[in-house]
Design a protein around this ligand. Structure first.
Ligand SMILES: [Zn+2]
Length: 271
């Protein structure tokens, strides 16, 4: 008798080989973001393609780190942009910007909550679908954006991988100040966890006005460590009133009826 691996997938009520996993996710009902997510209640999938990050920290292109008055905001200067593909995404998504959310303490600075656990900060990598001309054009479509979120956990020891970025924070304390940085500022995200780490994905919205429901969210389960002193420099960033930005986090939103969050167990691709 043949040995077959049966891939049980509770979302697949009617098995349909012509519909890919990513297509099934693209058809899920959207919600407002962020969400408090209970991992044990999420359907678990392990059959999605590996997420692929290309040209983020190794592309020899300079970037700009800006204090825009509400967050620290990183963009690349060049037309050549990093590309995200795979996982729940159909096609390619172009990196547009990275920014942070934080608060005054180590537990209420993240936007998403996984099993009720709060963290000091959350970092978002915002991408737009390459089939649209620009970020602005993409926001008008349900498959317009893909945002990858990392939860940042405060620890006593500084994480040397954040050194480059944190040097930048020191120089943009005042609102509207900016500094030129290298793509090495993103090297903290370079780890096997990108290809192997578990994440949750769902169809959601921007967490800042106009809260458009145009985002495929990808939130990694395992938090990234950041030193308390390093976080201190993020919390020193000032708003337009020259007072440190205390909190730039949207509260968690209600799950609408019939809404699903998928818990993805990544299986390392055999390349
Ligand atoms: Zn954000």
């Amino acid at each position: 008798m043949e040995n077959r691996i049966v891939n049980f997938n509770p979302m697949r009520v009617k098995p349909n080989k012509t519909v890919t996993d990513a297509e099934q996710i693209s058809r899920l009902r959207p919600s407002q973001s962020p969400l408090a997510i209970s991992l044990s209640r999420c359907p678990q999938w392990s059959s999605l393609d590996t997420l692929q990050f290309k040209g983020y920290w190794d592309n020899e292109v300079n970037g700009i780190l800006l204090n825009n008055g509400s967050t620290a905001y990183f963009t690349f200067e060049s037309e050549v942009r990093p590309i995200l593909r795979g996982g729940p995404l159909i096609g390619e998504y172009v990196f547009e910007q990275m920014h942070f959310h934080w608060s005054v303490d180590d537990f209420s600075g993240c936007e998403h909550l996984l099993d009720g656990q709060g963290y000091a900060a959350e970092c978002h990598f915002v991408h737009y679908n390459s089939k649209y001309e620009s970020m602005e054009a993409a926001v008008g479509h349900p498959d317009g954006l893909a945002v990858v979120g990392f939860l940042l956990e405060a620890v006593d020891v500084p994480n040397p991988r954040f050194d480059r970025l944190v040097e930048g924070f020191e120089r943009i304390k005042k609102s509207e100040h900016s500094v030129r940085v290298t793509s090495e500022s993103l090297s903290w995200m370079d780890s096997d966890d990108l290809q192997e780490g578990n994440y949750v994905t769902y169809k959601g919205s921007l967490t800042t006005p106009p809260y458009t429901e145009c985002v495929t969210w990808i939130i990694y389960e395992k938090p990234v460590h950041i030193g308390t002193e390093q976080l201190g420099l993020l919390r020193q960033l000032e708003g337009p009133d020259s007072i440190p930005i205390e909190r730039n986090v949207r509260p968690t939103q209600r799950h609408p009826p019939g809404h699903s969050v998928i818990y993805v167990k990544q299986v390392k691709s055999k390349l």
